[in-house]
Design a protein around this ligand. Sequence first.
Ligand SMILES: *Cc1c(COP(=O)(O)O)cnc(C)c1O
Length: 219
Amino acid sequence: MNAKNAALLKESLEKQNVTLVAVSKTKPNEMIQELYNEGFRIFGENRAQELVEKYESLPKDIKWHMIGNLQKNKVKYIAPFVTLIHSVSSLSLLQTINKEAFKHDRKIDILLQLKIAEEDTKSGLSKADVRDIIQDLNSGAYSSINIVGFMGMATFTDDMDQVRGEFQQLISSAQSIVNNSNLKIDNPIYSMGMSGDYKVAIEEGSNMVRIGSLLFGSR
Ligand SMILES: *Cc1c(COP(=O)(O)O)cnc(C)c1O
């Protein structure tokens, strides 16, 4: 869609209290700048290297979100500037982010990525992982990260009933985590929904959608 229509989509989502993350992976700086000129400030990328390159060459008031699988040895490159890491899918990754944030004297906001899809290729924390994390949190570990919510990816399928069920599962798992731990999150972020399923995600309680191809065209 063109930049004007993208801005209209962003506004209509904002009216529903849903934050739109414009997923700009593989897309050139010029296309990002075009949306920036229409008021977009939040962009998401799934590769650390690309994120750093774009951060360096685009306006500094952009809030960069890491949304994809993140290797531990790449955390140090994005730690100085990343605004939100959606894809925290292992305890060891969380520990690395905490360490790198401390080195850079900042606190990094993160989402716990929960496994909801059937597909093995979609990663995410299991219930046991989450229990371990909460135990560590209760003992005061991880002073350099803020857990601000949850992220999930539904199975890639046309079966919207299945997708809806997986989103419902994310919300209920997240709520049970919060209810059964000392984890205090005011207004948790629920990052769920992409180009093909964001409407269903919002119906099920998403307040942050990650949209790429609908905004920028297919990759
Ligand atoms: C690429 C990507 C998206 C955006 O997908 P579209 O279908 O292009 O909207 C959202 N979330 C994650 C984690 C991604 O990697």
